[in-house]
Design a protein around this ligand. Structure first.
Ligand SMILES: C[S@@+](CC[C@H](N)C(=O)[O-])C[C@H]1O[C@@H](n2cnc3c(N)ncnc32)[C@H](O)[C@@H]1O
Length: 248
């Protein structure tokens, strides 16, 4: 089975559980503090045309809306896009692959992706090439993904190999490779390494099969702890990277 069909199948079957575990109050607090705020640092989203790529159920849409962006959602899973459409009827959305969006070139001020690129392995370079094509000059590519080579990445690999939830093509992102490959096309503006206790037990509650009720009990403490370790953990102990790139 090709990688796009694998991913489509995977997310078509988990879409409603995904929305419940990522749309709850605690995941939303996590996203805002540890992902959206560093991701859009020094970018004013007001009136920007933003593609929420690999949007799933549209967990970032509320934040983008509040900040005045015009949002388009894109995801390969029909079930995910159906939830997106129901939650965000005023936004445009497309059930398409990031590898071939069929969207016009130079049409977005910003393309943002959270936890998506590691699902297109081994086609990440093609996905970024496609994003480059649809971004306007000076437009931003903002993404957050598990990165290659950290201790959490090694543990994640063992977990992926032993849990049938994950599709076999999933793989962390090789940031150093991407920065060499796309050095002529993008300026690399920001790179933050993040993710510890709360990333694992709050944001990953679905894959860890943690009941939502239980999550409400421990999340405040873990989010507080994450804020402390966030300052000292560095690249090798972090679970993911947040990048802000600008098209040249
Ligand atoms: C882990 S979810 C992330 C969803 C959302 N960005 C979030 O933060 O909650 C990954 C998403 O990527 C989508 N996806 C996987 N491969 C794709 C592809 N080739 N093109 C577009 N979307 C894809 C899946 O359907 C899924 O909704």
């Amino acid at each position: 089975m090709d990688t796009e069909t694998l991913q489509k199948k995977r997310f078509d079957t988990t879409a409603s559980d995904y929305a419940a575990h990522h749309g709850d109050k605690w995941s939303q607090k996590y996203y805002k503090r540890f992902i959206y705020e560093p991701m859009f640092e020094n970018i004013s989203l007001k009136n920007l045309n933003v593609l929420e790529a690999m949007c799933g159920s549209g967990e970032a849409t509320a934040f983008l809306n509040e900040n005045g962006a015009f949002i388009t959602g894109l995801d390969i899973s029909k079930e995910e896009i159906d939830i997106f459409k129901t939650r965000w009827p005023d936004s445009q959305s497309y059930c398409r692959s990031i590898l071939n969006t069929e969207l016009p070139e130079n049409s977005f001020d910003c393309v943002m992706i959270i936890g998506g690129l590691h699902h297109v392995h081994p086609h990440v370079d093609e996905a970024i090439q496609e994003i480059y094509r649809i971004l306007k000059p000076d437009g931003f590519l903002c993404f957050s993904e598990p990165h290659k080579g950290s201790l959490p990445d090694k543990l994640r690999k063992i977990w992926y190999n032993n849990d049938k939830t994950f599709a076999e093509n999933e793989e962390s992102i090789d940031i150093e490779h991407l920065k060499v490959k796309f050095s002529k096309q993008f300026n690399f503006k920001n790179e933050y390494y993040k993710g510890n206790f709360a990333y694992i037990f709050v944001l990953q509650s679905l894959v860890l099969r943690i009941p939502l009720k239980l999550k409400a009990i421990y999340s405040p403490l873990l989010i507080w702890l994450e804020g402390i370790f966030d300052k000292i953990q560095g690249k090798s102990l972090s679970c993911f990277v947040v990048c802000q790139w600008q098209k040249k």
